[in-house]
Design a protein around this ligand. Structure first.
Ligand code: KG4
Length: 341
């Protein structure tokens, strides 16, 4: 085979996704979201695994068709091996194994967090000539399950230098949104309401942790007490103040994230800074990155919205780099719910 064509499979949480990447260029990127969790205010692991089981074959079929290739053209299959929900990971992993045996091609395990970072190395099409980040760079990885500052020394050399000790940033958005009565996921709702609000209206608690670690549970508690106290006086408090509440909350989360990232960039003298993960869709956070770029001379890398949430193009591109190194894995491999970089 002269071309290197990878199938990427992502099934770590509640998105079933498949993507075809040819020589580092994305040919297709298909995602099936699971609507079932909306009624429960969060992802239900058992239901997520079942939905993956239903979605995986149609999603992979569509990715292959949309790419205009045959499954026999595939060089290898890359799949997310962790971290994530174990039942969900098992569906993608087992599927990758089965297809690899059927096609007699290798499988490549991909770390979900590394894949989020490597999103910046995706070529979206043949004419995409954006410059990927230069090594070493810092990546702020913020999602529903993770908030980390990662020092990226090379494609396969990454070190987590700071992370949340409790909730993730996305969780802080979602849990506070839930307290206001919004549906899951609340992050995007807060983002759009915040545009109409005044961020200085409510003072919320910020943690004072040493080093580069994050904490969001204190903020969540202070938000809960604010609502409780005000609702006693005025039952319409949330309805009347939802824009200002959202703006104050969003600005506090962004301040917490950016302060530690800035500290890391100063201490390590790195001005090449990237953003990744579901929360990187947040318009305020994207703006904050642009302001820091201007003010502190940062060279920033912000993913296009399609690549902020869980997707399989990032798994396929990670698999592509491993394929070039012939870093295949054994068929006995088992996924791990908890896995670090
Ligand atoms: O990476 P991701 O798709 O998967 C998980 O790790 O679960 O991230 C989802 C998270 C959710 O917490 C969601 O509320 C948050 O990303 N999110 C946002 C925005 N869009 C998605 N948070 C704030 N503002 C947004 N615009």
């Amino acid at each position: 085979k002269t071309d290197t064509i990878l199938l990427g499979i992502e099934s770590s949480c509640d998105d079933t996704a498949a993507s075809i990447v040819k020589n580092g260029v994305v040919l297709s990127n298909i995602i099936a979201n699971q609507k079932v969790h909306k009624f429960f205010g969060g992802v239900v692991p058992e239901l997520a695994a079942r939905a993956h089981q239903q979605n995986i074959i149609p999603v992979v079929d569509t990715a292959i068709k949309k790419a205009g290739i045959q499954k026999e053209d595939l060089s290898a299959i890359a799949f997310t091996c962790g971290p994530g929900l174990l039942g969900s990971l098992l569906v993608g992993t087992s599927f990758a194994k089965g297809l690899s045996i059927a096609l007699n091609i290798p499988i490549i395990e991909v770390n979900h967090l590394q894949a989020h970072v490597l999103v910046h190395f995706i070529k979206q099409n043949e004419i995409d000539n954006h410059k990927p980040p230069q090594f070493p760079f810092l990546c702020l990885l913020v999602s529903g399950g993770n908030s980390q500052i990662i020092l990226v020394k090379s494609i396969n050399e990454m070190r987590v230098i700071g992370q949340t000790i409790d909730d993730a940033a996305g969780e802080a958005f979602d849990k506070c949104a839930k307290l206001m009565g919004f549906s899951y996921p609340g992050g995007p709702i807060i983002d759009s309401l915040a545009k109409e609000g005044n961020p200085d209206t409510f003072q919320l608690s910020k943690p004072s942790l040493p080093g580069y670690n994050y904490s969001f549970s204190g903020l969540k508690t202070s938000f809960l007490y604010l609502l409780r106290n005000q609702l006693k006086k005025n039952p319409f408090f949330v309805e009347e103040n939802k824009a200002d509440l959202s703006a104050s909350l969003q600005t506090t989360i962004i301040d917490i994230l950016m302060n530690k990232l800035y500290k890391a960039s100063i201490d390590l003298d790195i001005k090449e800074v990237a953003l990744a993960g579901g929360v990187s869709a947040n318009s305020g956070l994207r703006k904050a990155f642009e302001e820091f770029a201007k003010k502190h001379n940062w060279k920033i890398h912000i993913p296009s919205i399609a690549f902020t949430t869980d997707n399989a193009a990032m798994v396929a591109i990670s698999g592509y780099f491993k394929y070039l190194d012939k870093a295949f894995c054994q068929i006995e491999i088992v996924p791990f719910a908890k896995k670090t970089i």
